[in-house]
Structures are given as C-alpha cells and as structure tokens.
Design a protein around this ligand. Structure first.
Ligand SMILES: C[S@@+](CC[C@H](N)C(=O)[O-])C[C@H]1O[C@@H](n2cnc3c(N)ncnc32)[C@H](O)[C@@H]1O
Ligand code: SF4
Length: 387
C-alpha cells in the first residue's frame, strides 16, 4: 500500500518545541511525589477509586522500569512545571487525573467521565488564521448554523455536572472564547471548582476586566496564541490580527498579574502553530520570553480542510476518543475538534448528562470502529492523522 505523506499527529505530545522560563528539576519533583505518597493525611482524603489511580501513578513513577513497559506513566517537562504550581495537598489529586488523561487513552480504559472536557464559549472568531477551520466558509457562514455563543445557563449546567467528576477543563474549542458576551460571569462561575482550568485565546480582545476575570477565576494555564513575534509574519498567519495589539494586551495581563495577584500559581504560555520554516523559536523567545512563563510551538494539525482531504491509510485508533470530549456553544457534544462540523456528534448536553453521553452507544460505536481498524468507515476519521 502507498505510504501516506501526511505525518501522524501524536496527540499525546503535540508540542513541537517548548521553552520554560523557570526550569524545575525532574529529580526533585519525583522526590516530592515519593514524600506525598507516604502522607496518609493527604492520600486518605481521596475517594477509593482515585486513591487506586494515584497509587498506580506512584508505582509507575517510583517503582518501575520504563524499559519494561512503554505505557508507564512518566513526567514530561511541561508536567513537571505544572506540578510545581500545586501544593502537596493537591498533588495526589493532580497525579490521579493526569494519569487518567495520559494512560487511559493508551490502554483504552473508559472511565465514567472524560478525563478532559473542552467547553466552547463561542464558535465565532474575529480572526481567520490560515491553518484554522475558521477559514472554511461553509463553517463560518451564519446560515449554516455552526456559529454562536453559549448561554450562561447552559454553561452553568455543564460546570455543575463536571465539578467533582472532571478536573481538567478547557474553556476553548472552536472560535475565540473572549468574544462570548458572558465570558466574565462564566469565569466567575468556575472559580475554585477545578484543579486544572485552561483557556486559549488569540489575546486580541483582552481588557482589564477580562484579565481580572481570568486571574481571579481559577484559570491554571492561560495560552496566548501567537505564531510569530514579528510583522508581517504574525498577521500573515493570524489574518485580522495585529502583533502590536496582542503585545500590548499580553503586557497588560502581565502588569495586572504582577500588581494584583503576585502569589498566584498559574502558567502563562505563548503558543504558536508550527506551520512554516519562517517561524523560529529564537525570535519568539526574544519577544515573549520575559512576558510569559513558557513559549511553545505546537505541531500543525491539517484540520482546516479535513472534509476535502483524501482518505489516508491510517488504521491506528485515535487516543482522543478515550481522553477528551467537547461541548460546543449550542450543547452539542463531539468527540473531537478536527470534526469541526460535528459529523460525529454524540449527543447534546441539552438532553443528556455528560457521563451518559461519554458512555453512550453512539460514542462506543465510534470507539469500536477505531479499535477494530475501521476508522476508515468514519468521516472525518478517514482523513484525519490524529492517533
Ligand atoms: C482553535 S483555537 C481557539 C482558541 C483561540 N481562538 C486561539 O486562537 O487561541 C485553539 C488553539 O488551536 C490552535 N490551532 C489552530 N489551528 C491549528 C492547527 N491547524 N493545528 C494545530 N493547532 C491549531 C490555536 O493556535 C490555538 O492555540
Ligand atoms: S486559531 Fe483561534 S484565533 Fe485563529 S482563527 Fe482559529 S479560532 Fe480564531
């Protein structure tokens, strides 16, 4: 069979490159895990099932030899940095959820809830980045029904269901979350409810109110998306964007963070999509390196025209089917965002609970096709390269 020229997209590690301002040591982090493992006062507070997962994570990290088992849980440099932002009392919970996030998709273990939930405040975007599905006019055309913003009521309903069941949440999927008119009360509503709340934004619409909402709303990781540090390259990729505007906004965010939340343990990252040879890490570092904690490039995922691409020969299952679920602005639940026009839609949050959708027969049928080397029967899995 002819080899497909499109590279496989390893969802497990989508970073092309990442630079950390401050580097915590892996050895010291492992020592911390070993200490926390002995702390009955912390571990006994966990539910039995989470305690079991935490124990397995510790066993993998502390007692096992990676050369014996390729699916052992390990700590990547970005996870080491993330761990540094948690207190000892949060660490067992974090490790249990990180284990679910990383290892369950590899072992195809289905838990009652998805390890990771992405909630979409708005599918509408003010940009048209060249590598993004927002460039597909059949998606952005208003009359096709894909464009909209989530209501605060639906958002609260989803958050209420996720609280205590899912610890890793992202407030972004398709579109620009800061466009949503209720983003400030949405952030307020999530405060203190999740261990790891992430938000991605193109940073063009940040203002003082939104910066405060992010910083006080319990966001753990804020990703400012920027693919270059100079013009005209930046606006060549981020169509409708202007580098000077986002630079000013990220500076504002950093100023507010330092002045009002100096002890807040969060991670700020500028992240670009590695799309062409014109982009380089050194120039990114020069501009963003002092302003944020991390500067990264993620691998380009050719999703912007996936429905028009020919089938590939991939028969490996997509790991995201066991890792994350998306709830879009109108309540539609989807197994992935490569399928940005929700061909694979698995239900609606307006009609069913999150755990019902996650464990539904329609979702199972997609997973079964993938496990049984039949992803080619599903659209757009047939042209997608994510594993
Ligand atoms: C779809 S955007 C939505 C949030 C927001 N509008 C933003 O740009 O951050 C979420 C993330 O996906 C990244 N992204 C967009 N197109 C991509 C592609 N083709 N491959 C990989 N990542 C992509 C963006 O850079 C961003 O960090
Ligand atoms: S990457 Fe983000 S900012 Fe760019 S078009 Fe897509 S949704 Fe909009």
């Amino acid at each position: 069979m002819k080899k497909d020229p499109r590279p496989i997209y390893q969802k497990q590690n989508s970073f092309h490159e990442i630079k950390h301002k401050q580097k915590n040591s892996l050895a010291a982090t492992i020592d911390r895990v070993a200490d926390v493992r002995q702390r009955d006062d912390l571990v006994s507070k966990m539910s039995e099932s989470h305690r079991e997962i935490f124990n397995q994570a510790c066993k993998d990290l502390l007692d096992s030899d990676p050369s014996d088992n390729p699916t052992l849980f390990s700590l990547s440099p970005s996870v080491v940095e993330e761990i540094a932002t948690y207190s000892d009392s949060e660490l067992p919970r974090y490790l249990a959820h990180r284990y679910r996030y990383e290892i369950y998709p590899q072992l195809k273990i289905l838990d009652a809830y998805p390890p990771y939930l992405q909630i979409e405040p708005s599918s509408i975007c003010n940009f048209r980045c060249v590598f993004c599905f927002e460039t597909d006019p059949t998606f952005t055309e208003k009359s096709n029904g894909f464009m909209g913003q989530m209501t605060l009521d639906l958002f609260k309903n989803i958050i209420d269901q996720a609280e205590g069941n899912i610890e890793f949440i992202s407030l972004a999927s398709r579109g620009e979350p800061m466009i949503c008119k209720d983003i400030v009360p949405m952030l307020e509503y999530t405060r203190g409810k999740f261990l790891n709340l992430k938000i991605n934004t193109n940073a063009s619409l940040l203002d003082e109110e939104k910066c405060h909402a992010i910083l006080s709303g319990g966001v753990k990781t804020i990703v400012f998306s920027a693919d270059a540090a100079e013009e005209p390259l930046y606006s060549k990729f981020r169509v409708n964007g202007k580098l000077s505007v986002i630079l000013e906004n990220i500076e504002l965010f950093q100023k507010i963070r330092q002045a009002n939340y100096p002890d807040l343990s969060i991670i700020t990252r500028v992240s670009g999509v590695k799309f062409s040879d014109e982009q380089d890490m050194d120039s990114m570092q020069k501009v963003w390196g002092d302003l944020v904690d991390q500067v990264a490039f993620v691998q380009y995922n050719p999703w912007e025209n996936v429905y028009n691409q020919p089938a590939n020969n991939l028969d490996k299952a997509c790991s995201d089917l066991w890792r994350r679920m998306f709830v879009w602005w109108d309540g539609k639940a989807n197994p992935c965002d490569v399928d940005y026009k929700s061909t694979l839609c698995v239900g609606s949050s307006n009609d069913h609970r999150l755990d019902e959708i996650w464990q539904s027969s329609i979702y199972r049928e997609i997973r079964d096709a993938h496990i049984n080397n039949k992803r080619q029967n599903k659209n757009p899995c047939t042209a997608c390269t994510v594993v």
